[in-house]
Structure formats: structure tokens, C-alpha cells
Design a protein around this ligand. Structure first.
Ligand SMILES: [Zn+2]
Length: 363
């Protein structure tokens, strides 16, 4: 699309056309409702002949693979409605272009590229999450240069990236012209990632940043590149190399995903959607025992529970032994709940029964 070797007038016209198309597409995306996060692509940085950053005893490619797999496992376990796709699940080399293509081919809703940082100083430490954009300082540019240098291991990089020169600052400015229509969502997810890594895992905060990453350049969905720490810092290397450290980081990435998904789906919910009703706070004193009518249990979470149980009120669910138990109504007295249970049964849910909760916990 954009030739970094020579930009003719024709190409500039094409470039502005792309910008206009992006704008229209963006508008369409904004207007969309009811969309859910159903596929996530997790990209373990580097691999095979490309070790990535190298610490005293650790290669970036090994840490990123372990953390990627753990993150995916958590998502599979706790968000069973989400398909997890890995760009690689073993120690193999993949081009940056291929990684983006895997995300696009799978129509992913989110792309997470996991990396470790390195710098000359052994003191520098912390986590930062990048989205595609214009770098605001030299340090961000350095990170992008370091990560984009992965294409130096590729056989056909000159053609694949239209002559992109990983060391040319101008090339990065050109690259940042391509503002993704998914930038806002990418920034939102990036904030969740930083919050989790900093607040919950206690890593040093280097913030949400922007720079021109080739791996993020061609993905057609919200995308981030997270630098989970510096292998050049001995203490951080030890942490990243440990099972505990990897578990902490992966669970933080999982929680960031879960929170982003929840918010995204709430924001995009159409009227009458399950999320609207389930998440609407009920005016109920949590300390009191409340009664609900359990309708049935399901092995999978419903996309649109209030549609499914049309005609019943206050549809909610709780999880137990991997099952989603759907309930209707919410009452302070068992008598009221019993009355309502009769109505629910009369609607065809013959095995409905009354259950009680205190502080949201089934009694
Ligand atoms: Zn990397």
C-alpha cells in the first residue's frame, strides 16, 4: 500500500483514499451494536531462529511462549465462550506479517502480542503496553526498532514490508500515518493490561505507549504489544524466568482480557440484551437473604439470556461446577418467590425451584 522507497503523487492519492475508507469503516464500527468478543489471538513474540532479547540465562522467545500459553489457558478456562488462537504454540519462527495474517484470517476481536524488553542499562525495569501510533519519545522508538528488527531474520522482508527500513526514523513517522480505526479500543485494552500488571502484580509502571510496530500495523482489530519486563535487568529476568512470575503475568493478562470483554460487550449491547439486564444493579440489600427462582442449568453461557427467557423478569445466572444456572425474579421473602415459581413453572419450566442467596452466594 505504502511504498517506503519512493512515494509518487499517485501513491499519496491512494494513501488519502485509504484514510477516507478507514474513516467510513470506523464510523460503521462505532454504530455497530450487540457485538461480542468471541475470538482472541495471542502472539508469543519471536521464536525459532529469532531468540528476541537475550538476558544472562533467558531468551525472550521462551518466556513469551510460556506466558502466551498460560494466558490462553486461563481464558479458555474462565471464558468458555471465547476461542483462543495462538500464532505459535511451539518454538518456531514466524514472520511478523504471518502473525497479523493469522489474526485477520481468524476474524479475531483482539490481538495480544507478548514481548520482553532489553536495554543497555541493567537498572531499567518495568512494564509498558504499546498500541500502533506515533512515538512520542526516543525510548518508544527504540522499542519499536528492537521489535521490528525481527524482520531481519525473514527471507523476503524487503518485499513483505515494502522496503521498510527498521532503522530509519522517517519510516516510523510514515508508518504512524496509518491510524487504526481500532485505536480507541486498543488503548482501552492497553489501560486494562497496565492496570493489572501494575496494581495487581506490582510491576513498575512505564505506561501505555505508542509506536510503529510492524506486527500491529496490519491487524484489522484492536491490537496491543505488551512488554512484560526487561531481561537486561537481573531481578526482572529472574522474575520473568520463574514459574511464579509467569503465572502472575499471565493471570494479569487474563484479567485484563476479561475486564475489557465485559466492558466492551456492555458498551455494545443492544437494548434488551442479556448483558443489559444481568449487569444492571438491582435495588436489593446484599446483606439480606434474597430468593430467586432457578429456571434451569446450562453447560454454556447464553449470549442473550433475556431473549431466551422472554416474559420472565430479572434474569440472572450464577456458576456452579462449570454449569451456568439461570434464575428469574428476586424477592426478600420465600413466600413471594414460591408464588413466582408457580408462574415460572406454568410457562413451561416445570422443574423450576426456589434458591436463596446471601451476598451473592448461593445458600
Ligand atoms: Zn520482542
Amino acid at each position: 500500500m505504502l511504498n517506503f522507497r519512493r512515494i509518487s503523487e499517485k501513491r499519496l492519492i491512494l494513501f488519502f483514499l485509504v484514510l477516507i475508507i478507514n474513516f467510513i469503516f470506523c464510523f460503521k464500527i462505532e454504530a455497530q451494536t450487540g457485538k461480542k468478543i468471541t475470538t482472541v489471538v495471542i502472539d508469543a513474540g519471536h521464536g525459532g531462529k529469532d531468540p528476541g532479547a537475550v538476558g544472562r540465562k533467558t531468551k525472550e522467545k521462551d518466556v513469551t511462549l510460556k506466558v502466551a500459553k498460560m494466558t490462553g489457558d486461563y481464558i479458555k478456562q474462565y471464558c468458555p465462550d471465547v476461542k483462543v488462537v495462538y500464532t505459535r504454540s511451539s518454538d518456531v519462527f514466524l514472520t511478523l506479517q504471518k502473525r497479523a495474517q493469522i489474526a485477520n484470517d481468524n476474524n479475531a476481536d483482539l490481538f495480544i502480542s507478548i514481548h520482553c524488553n532489553a536495554t543497555k542499562s541493567t537498572n531499567v525495569q518495568g512494564v509498558e503496553t504499546f498500541v500502533m501510533g506515533e512515538h512520542k519519545n526516543a525510548s518508544n522508538l527504540e522499542v519499536a526498532k528492537l521489535e521490528n528488527a525481527a524482520i531481519l531474520y525473514e527471507d523476503d522482508a524487503a518485499n513483505s514490508y515494502d522496503g521498510f527500513d527498521v532503522n530509519s526514523t522517517e519510516a516510523y513517522i510514515m508508518l504512524s500515518f496509518f491510524q487504526s480505526e481500532f485505536k480507541n479500543s486498543s488503548l482501552e485494552f492497553a489501560e486494562h493490561v497496565q492496570n493489572q500488571l501494575v496494581q495487581r502484580v506490582g510491576r513498575k509502571d512505564r505506561g501505555v505507549q505508542q509506536a510503529g510496530f510492524l506486527v500491529l500495523h496490519k491487524t484489522a482489530m484492536p491490537s496491543v504489544l505488551v512488554e512484560i519486563g526487561f531481561l537486561s535487568n537481573p531481578a526482572e529476568e529472574n522474575f520473568l524466568n520463574s514459574k511464579d512470575g509467569q503465572t502472575y503475568i499471565a493471570s494479569a493478562l487474563f484479567r485484563a482480557f476479561r475486564d475489557y470483554k465485559k466492558e466492551y460487550e456492555k458498551d455494545n449491547a443492544i437494548e434488551g440484551d442479556a448483558y443489559e439486564k444481568i449487569d444492571k444493579p438491582q435495588i436489593i440489600d446484599a446483606n439480606k437473604i434474597v430468593y430467586k427462582v432457578q429456571i434451569e442449568s446450562r453447560s454454556r453461557k447464553l449470549d442473550n439470556a433475556s431473549q431466551q427467557y422472554k416474559g420472565l423478569e430479572n434474569i440472572d445466572f450464577y456458576e456452579h461446577n462449570g454449569q451456568y444456572k439461570y434464575t428469574a425474579g428476586v424477592f426478600y421473602t420465600k413466600k413471594e418467590a414460591d408464588e413466582y415459581c408457580k408462574k415460572v413453572r406454568a410457562k413451561g419450566y416445570s422443574s423450576a425451584f426456589v434458591v436463596s442467596f446471601k451476598n451473592g452466594i448461593r445458600q
